[in-house]
Design a protein around this ligand. Sequence first.
Ligand SMILES: O=C(O)[C@H](O)CO
Length: 396
Amino acid sequence: MFRSKAFSLLKPIPWVPGQPNLAYTFIHPATASHGHRCHRRSVDYRQRYRTCSGSAGGRIISAPQTKVMAEEELPGVLILDIGGTHGVLEDLAALLKKHFRLITMKEFLENKKEMSTKIQSVFVFECRPTIDQELLESLPNLKVIGNSGVGVDHLDLKMISNFGVKVTNTPHAVADPTADIGVALMLASARRLVEGCQIAVSPDTKYFAVDWLGVEVTRATLGIIGMGSIGYKVAQRARAFDMRILYHNRNRRRKEEEEAVGARYCEKMADLLQQSDFVMVVVNLTPETRKLIGKKELGLMKPTATLINISRGAVIDQDALVEALQNKVIRAAAVDVTYPEPLPRDHPLLKLNNIIITPHIGTATVQAMRMMAEEAIANILAVLNGQPIPSEVFPK
Ligand SMILES: O=C(O)[C@H](O)CO
């Protein structure tokens, strides 16, 4: 719902001035794509793509222009959106229609026989809908699934690759808005913003009470678990608060990258947990990271520390989190992701006052929705045209 509303606001917002139809690919040395094993080719795209300089931390490259063709001639793209059968949102449809013949899930299901051979790509809008074996079996000409978003934990990569189908994602479009929401949650929890808003509008107004003082982020220690492109952008923002930055990652960052944000590597996650005032989780969800933060890890954190999660809900053992928050093992939590989403209305996390929960809005901005679509389109076109694929995701 939230996203649909956000997307319907797209029209009045100007896109990159003077370059209305570009699909963006950022080639940036700091890009680690949220932990997914993504293949980045260092080829020179300039022969096929028009380049221009960008402001989002990398080189911006436009997608190849699709020849003007009759709708019937365009390659078919099946749109998967929330719930699978919704009509695709108007603005997204307009972007896609420049390159593809759009087939919604509803149309596909109503006319499977005719549609199935026309579909060469699937555009996954949002990270929710999954693609099962039955769907793959019914699409003999499918070449690529273009995920709009970086997380692909909802897709069975092995099964899809067994069908000879490629999967792509959009790590560049999501990095800034997701980092923003991480910092927003950190600040909101530190300064008890949600409680403050409630107090301001409540009938028994209790302005400035010492019993709900917040804590400051300035000069506090931030521990980032998962220093991919989103984690790195969180670190860049945290520098503005003079924060001491620690990070834990599968692979250590280059020295210049660490120095640029003043981040110190913790080989052991336990060290980071013990020292941080704010712990931000930014890893992607894989079998290895499921329940990465459990009772033991929460127990290592300072009682004054705050846990922030902008990756996936299942990275945290939610039962352990409930217990830790109830028993004040940690000060507070602020999460943009839970499992399931949304939480059942009687879930114990919803009864606590030391947690802030937002409904997975890391990329719910007008700009991110459009950029994710553009990035996904560029990926899909690259596969269909047999060109180097900007962001392909491989099964492990
Ligand atoms: O995976 C992502 O990019 C975000 O979670 C999208 O919602």
